[in-house]
Design a protein around this ligand. Structure first.
Ligand SMILES: Cc1ncc(COP(=O)(O)O)c(C=O)c1O
Length: 416
């Protein structure tokens, strides 16, 4: 199998060289070249539309990262962008006081998300997870937190501990997805002092295989929270408006006390939510100061209302599940055909191709080669993050992607 030619990313590299003198590290966090494959992936993008991205060198990609999660419809979805432009031109979006759209959106959420009775609106996922913990601590008058999954970059939960006094996270304990025994053991020791159990109801731990809930896992965590009087928070930042409109809680039938969500709700505009039971949410009004200059800006509320309207009107999530089911089945067939240790996990709206860990460490080379071939062929997946499917991925996109996955697996098979 012939090696695919390397991409020309000259302009990306030039911009990056300039950026490292201006921005520490050049670009932040998960957008760093080292979080993909150095020298193979573009670093700067020029434009995007539908399912496609074009980088600053003019390379075009079918994209499966979807902006790291917010793009549920597609890039530059006209109806959403037009609604926002109209709002900006006709009414304005950044004012001294709140506009009425927060009520409309809060009301919609009570209809869609099982745990939703009252909501507060913020900007980022990290804002929302942190606010949920503050609410839970104030509501219970307890300190400790059990957590499972990625919850953002704030002091209490970020992996890299530089610059954070240990007192900010020493009351936070981690358990792994589908390991009810770990949660039980932690709560047996700390349960009476625990304010919150915060967890992703669907398993998408960073860099690892994805997982659906094992029988009894979600129900068990619910029971443990009730037994000790802890607030159960579902981190549905990635899963709400993607796995189902009402998130994984709707799909799997277990309702938390609070839910945090954002990403897909507004197709790229910045907005996040803490929503949940009234008696707990009221703590935010009674005991807390949660405020930020941009929280009430209505551009993102209008985007969210329009996105939800389209998701419901066009049965978008049904479309994504249907396309994705076929796509995953076909990928699985290819993985069976080319026995190189590739593994497919997840569900049709979000899935991940990883490589079985081998003692020799060869899986790392296989992973690098596989994803290098894909990006060179024009298919934007990440070796270290799962993929998403959006409404605007066409059958043609998916068929082309399958062909590229087959060629990339064949390349790996021949090389190892
Ligand atoms: C499950 C989950 N929680 C929280 C966050 C943090 O969101 P943000 O990056 O918007 O701060 C993310 C971001 O990827 C996430 O996936």
């Amino acid at each position: 199998m012939k090696e695919t030619e390397k991409l020309n990313i000259t302009k990306s590299l030039e911009l990056y060289e300039e950026a490292v003198g201006l921005v520490p590290g050049g670009v932040l966090g998960a957008r760093k070249p080292g979080d993909f494959i150095n020298g193979e992936y573009p670093i700067f993008l020029e434009t995007g539309k539908g399912s496609r991205l074009i980088d600053v060198d003019g390379n075009e990609f079918v994209d499966f990262l979807c902006g790291y999660g917010p793009i549920i419809l597609g890039y530059r979805e006209e109806e959403v962008d037009k609604a926002v432009c109209r709002q900006i031109e006709e009414k304005g979006f950044c004012f001294t006081l709140t506009q009425k759209y927060q009520n409309h959106l809060a009301e919609k959420l009570t209809r869609i998300v099982p745990s939703s009775e009252m909501s507060i609106f913020l900007k980022t996922g990290s804002d929302a997870t942190t606010a949920s913990i503050r609410i839970a601590r104030a509501h219970t008058n307890k300190l400790k937190v059990m957590r499972c999954g990625y919850h953002g970059w704030h002091d209490w939960c970020v992996e890299m501990k530089g610059g954070i006094p240990s007192k900010f996270y020493e009351d936070v304990y981690e358990f792994q997805y589908n390991r009810l025994d770990q949660l039980e053991a932690l709560m047996a020791v700390h349960g009476n002092e625990t304010a919150a159990i915060i967890m992703t109801p669907f398993g998408h731990p960073n860099h690892q295989k994805m997982a659906i809930p094992a029988p009894g896992f979600l129900e068990g965590a619910r029971d443990i929270a009730d037994k000790y009087g802890a607030v159960l928070v579902y981190d549905e930042i990635r899963t709400c408006f993607r796995l189902s409109m009402g998130g994984a809680q709707k799909l799997y039938g277990v309702t938390p006390d609070l839910t945090v969500l954002g990403k897909a709700m507004a197709n790229g505009y910045p907005i996040s939510v803490v929503t949940g039971k009234k008696d707990i949410m009221m703590t935010a009004a009674d005991k807390l100061f949660i405020s930020s200059t941009f929280f009430p800006n209505s551009d993102a509320f209008v985007a969210a209302l329009k996105t939800i309207e389209i998701l419901e009107r066009d049965h978008v999530l049904e479309n994504i599940w249907e396309k994705g089911e076929r796509f995953m089945k076909d990928i699985q067939k290819l993985i069976g055909k080319y026995d190189v240790g590739a593994e497919l996990t997840g569900v049709p709206p979000m899935f991940y191709i990883t490589f079985k860990k081998e003692e020799t460490g060869a899986y790392k080379g296989k992973r690098t080669d596989f994803y290098t071939q894909l990006i060179r062929k024009g298919f934007f997946f990440s070796p270290y993050h799962h993929a998403y499917i959006s409404f605007r991925h066409t059958e043609e996109d998916l068929n082309l992607t399958l062909k590229a996955i087959e060629e990339s697996l064949a390349y790996v098979k021949e090389k190892y």
